[in-house]
Design a protein around this ligand. Structure first.
Ligand code: APR
Ligand code: PHB
Length: 394
């Protein structure tokens, strides 16, 4: 088989890239190791920045998002039950869209499968080679082995994929921080306790009230990294949420059986560079941010924006040069989102073993944000997502 761009991984990054390339007349094949039902069933975050929304519109997959998604003009940070509202619209002029990544993945799958079928599920990429001149990928599909020759490989295969490991260790630099806690998440068919999201800093640990629709809620609580999920029957999770989110939210919190319950670790991770020869990384394959701030999916979208533009420019004029700058351009935005996610995590979580000094400083920061419009504006601007711009240094 032959294609222009072989895309490893059919998560949001790979699917969106395929869609944008197709619109520009560039041929690609998406190779996804899992079955379609598995990919569409994964529960992930659900807050889209305005630039992500605009990209999905431009990619022609935004219709259901506008019908079913919930635009939010603000969100709240709670400190021991007292709310600080971050007025996104008033402070920074825009709004986010609450729409589950699961739904977005379904919309993208639908568009691509309906288009040309260049999306192969249950196809595991086992090798990537020739990235200096004539790239190819080898995949296993049932008992079959496939070889796909291509001009470029897009590594959109997430944190556990194989693409990143194809960059030689002497070239690849890894920056990493693991946090001393995780998030226990619960999804339930109950109305949300609040019209807007609440990120709560409480003495028993962080909690987040989020939603997927007017009838489906998503909640999280900070927990130990080695927490046993069996020790958290639904009632215990609801009881803990009621304490950590504060009286006002608790009084509106409806309880119901968990449709999904899981624990995820928190990590900041950036791999540099995001390209090696004719291999380009995008999304979780190159970086992970802690979910505070909901940047993971939005960063995958901005990588894909830069990569699709650079590939389109290359096919128009191979000497254009934008493709050579992809890593630097994408990383500038990645580091900013990594910084904000790290900052918001530090602001809202309890760190085991933190000193009274650190605790007081965290409180002072929260108090500053409560009192200062400039402080809240900085949070609003970052939460909405920074502009897609080229790096200032080349
Ligand atoms: N061959 C084929 N597919 C693979 C391989 C492989 N060797 N390795 C991994 N994959 C697939 C996974 O099964 C997964 O569906 O790559 C896909 C990667 O998708 P995601 O993990 O969703 O990553 P990405 O598309 O970058 O999306 C980023 O997802 O994890 C969240 O927080 C993250 O919201 C962000 C978004
Ligand atoms: C979610 O709804 O799953 C969600 C929302 C906001 C976050 C993280 C997760 O910051």
């Amino acid at each position: 088989m032959r294609t222009q761009v072989a895309i490893v991984g059919g998560g949001p990054a790979g699917l969106l890239l395929s869609q944008l390339l197709n619109q520009a007349g560039i041929d690609s094949i998406v190779l996804e190791r899992r079955a379609r039902a598995y990919v569409e069933g994964r529960i992930r975050a659900g807050v889209l920045e305005p630039l992500t929304v605009a990209m999905l519109d431009r990619a022609g997959v935004g219709a259901r998002m506008h019908r079913e998604g919930l635009p939010h003009d603000g969100f709240n940070i709670a400190v021991d039950g007292m709310l600080i509202r971050i007025d996104l619209k008033g402070l920074a002029g825009s709004r986010v869209m609450v729409y589950g990544q699961t739904e977005l993945t379904r919309d993208l799958n639908e568009a691509i499968v309906g288009r040309d079928g260049n999306l192969l599920f249950e196809t595991d990429v086992v090798d990537i080679g020739g990235t200096d001149a004539k790239p190819y990928v080898i995949c296993r599909r049932g008992d079959e082995k496939l070889r796909i020759d291509c001009d470029f490989v897009a590594g959109c295969d997430g944190y556990h994929g194989i693409s990143r490991s194809c960059i030689p260790s002497g070239v690849l630099r890894i920056y990493e921080r693991t946090y001393p806690f995780g998030w226990l998440g619960i999804l339930a068919d109950v109305p949300p306790c609040s019209d807007e999201l609440i990120y709560s800093n409480h003495e028993r640990g962080f909690a987040l009230a989020s939603m997927r629709s007017h009838t489906r809620s998503r909640y999280y609580i900070q927990c130990a990294t080695d927490e046993d999920i069996a020790a958290w029957p639904d009632e215990r999770v609801w009881d803990e949420l009621a304490i950590r989110l504060g009286e006002q939210a608790a009084s509106h919190m409806a309880r119901g059986p968990a449709l999904e319950k899981s624990i995820a670790p928190l990590r900041s991770f950036v791999a540099e560079p995001m390209q090696y020869g004719r291999l380009f990384l995008a999304g979780d394959a190159a970086h992970i941010v802690p979910p505070t701030g909901a940047k993971g999916l939005n960063l995958a979208a901005s990588d894909v924006y830069f990569l699709s533009r650079a590939l389109i420019a290359y096919y128009e004029n191979p000497n254009h040069g934008e493709l050579e700058r992809y890593s630097a351009t994408a990383l500038a935005r990645v580091w900013n989102a990594a910084r904000f996610s790290w900052y918001l995590t530090g602001l809202t979580h309890r760190f085991p073993g933190s000193t009274p000094m650190e605790f007081r400083l965290q409180r002072a920061e929260l108090d500053y944000i409560r009192c200062s419009e400039a402080g809240r504006r900085a949070i609003a601007e970052n939460y909405l997502g920074l502009p897609f711009r080229p790096p200032t240094t080349t």
